[in-house]
Design a protein around this ligand. Structure first.
Ligand SMILES: NC(=O)c1ccc[n+]([C@@H]2O[C@H](COP(=O)([O-])OP(=O)(O)OC[C@H]3O[C@@H](n4cnc5c(N)ncnc54)[C@H](O)[C@@H]3O)[C@@H](O)[C@H]2O)c1
Length: 263
């Protein structure tokens, strides 16, 4: 693994398991000091153990991304420990389905509240810190930079899906949030991008073969792995993607671009 993020400070929300855990592990493997932030502190500690065993540097923190005070304190804790925040990955989210005609206000508010409003609060608190640190004297040129923000969206934010009115709307909103933040924050040396994963296998219960409705339009014909999303997030977090901002990268096995698969 490279040392693209050597000495940099990073945080990943929802990194106690699943895709967020893989992202935290990947950033740490590239040299970042990673805050593993999750509403489930035990899960966050498990991720820190995995990173430590692999030789990386990480620490756990409880956060509820739907609570402004909690998000503000999370960013403050990173700065208290490392003096700055170079990379933030806003990953915490829920994927729950409900038929549109039965969808309750509570359900809608819960999904939008975590996936979209939570990402807004994380993005804003992180960006305020990155603006404050932009241009500060540092040890090298990179230290004078604002930072990089990566949102984890979904291909469900790109097209419609059964039962996904709330989830899809939350992720579609997140994609536009990415674009608008990228434009407003560019003058502060902050780049903002998103990854839109397709179906990713995050638990054994999913089995090895995606359901037929997925396979029908999945050119790579398999679930993605959390590590394959993490690789894209790490690219967007690194200086290597220095001319990329406001973009949404699919990590979806070609699912989003597939049309007629046969004939
Ligand atoms: N798994 C997929 O196939 C898939 C596909 C596309 C997009 N995504 C997106 O990727 C992200 C991660 O998905 P996953 O499948 O790894 O999810 P997951 O349910 O496995 O993990 C989510 C993590 O977020 C944490 N979390 C939940 N609420 C929180 C809160 N309020 N504050 C802080 N942390 C909180 C959970 O404790 C958990 O550790 C989500 O945003 C999801 O929408 C997932």
């Amino acid at each position: 693994m490279s040392d693209r993020l050597a000495g940099q400070s990073a945080l990943v929300t929802g990194s106690g398991r699943g895709i967020g855990q893989a992202i935290a592990m990947r950033l740490a493997s590239e040299g970042a000091q990673v805050m593993v932030a999750d509403i489930d502190l035990n899960a966050a500690n498990d991720t820190v153990d995995l990173i430590s065993k692999a030789g990386g540097a990480a620490w756990a923190r409880h956060v509820d991304v739907t609570d402004r005070g909690s998000v503000n304190a999370m960013v403050g804790a990173v700065v208290a420990r490392h003096g700055r925040l170079d990379v933030a990955v806003s990953n915490a989210g829920i994927m729950e389905r409900m038929p549109f005609l039965e969808m309750t206000d509570d359900f809608w508010d819960r999904v939008i509240g975590l996936n979209l409003s939570g990402s807004f609060m994380v993005g804003q608190e992180v960006a305020r810190q990155m603006v404050a640190q932009d241009g500060q004297d540092g040890q090298d040129a990179r230290d004078a930079r604002g930072g990089r923000i990566v949102f984890i969206a979904s291909n469900s934010g790109i097209f419609g899906g059964r039962g996904r009115a709330a989830y899809g709307a939350s992720k579609a909103g997140l994609i536009n949030l990415t674009q608008s933040m990228a434009i407003e924050l560019v003058e502060h040396n902050i780049r903002v991008n998103a990854v839109a994963p397709g179906p990713i296998k995050t638990s054994e219960a999913q089995g090895d073969i995606p359901p037929p409705s997925v396979m029908a339009r999945m050119p790579l014909a398999r679930f993605g792995r959390p590590e394959e999303v993490a690789a894209v997030a790490a690219f967007l977090a690194a200086e290597e993607s220095s001319f990329v901002t406001g973009h949404v990268y699919g990590a979806d096995g070609g699912y989003t671009v597939a049309g007629m698969m046969e004939g």
